[in-house]
Design a protein around this ligand. Structure first.
Ligand code: ZN
Length: 134
């Protein structure tokens, strides 16, 4: 990922992370997802007293983007205090829309601790091609 894109998305992820609702885990996450159109969608994790009801920052951003008509993505930054990586459910949700999307995991200081792709996060992904020929 180009440094200027990573820095732009890191700023957006930090802004969203400031609004994370994480009273149970205390683990605030911000995500910023750039569509191929250039539009950026951000998300923060939103927890709930009924735990499974909450949603991760990555899927908040992804689903907002899809709801706005986007289907192709170029870059994603996920910002946590310690460079934590996306959960398995988010990896699968992201894989639905392309394995080539570049991903940077950034810690609280803005340091990128991992640069990879969605495919790198989810090797041997299950996808639409598995369902063809039913
Ligand atoms: Zn997740």
């Amino acid at each position: 990922m180009k440094a200027e894109i990573r820095e732009q998305l890191t700023r957006r992820a930090a802004e969203a992370r400031a609004h994370a609702y994480a009273p149970y885990s205390g683990y605030a996450v911000g995500a910023a997802l750039m569509a191929e159109s250039g539009v950026v969608f951000s998300g923060a994790n939103v927890e709930n007293a009924a735990y499974p009801t909450g949603l991760c920052a990555e899927r908040v951003a992804l689903f907002a983007a899809v709801a706005a008509g986007e289907r192709r993505f170029s870059a994603l930054v996920v910002l946590t205090r310690d460079g934590g990586t996306p959960c398995g459910s988010c990896r699968q949700a992201l894989a639905e829309f392309g394995l080539e999307t570049e991903v940077a995991i950034v810690d609280e200081s803005g340091h990128p601790s991992l640069e990879t792709t969605v495919g790198g996060l989810l090797p041997h992904a299950f996808g639409a091609s598995n369902l063809r020929g039913r």
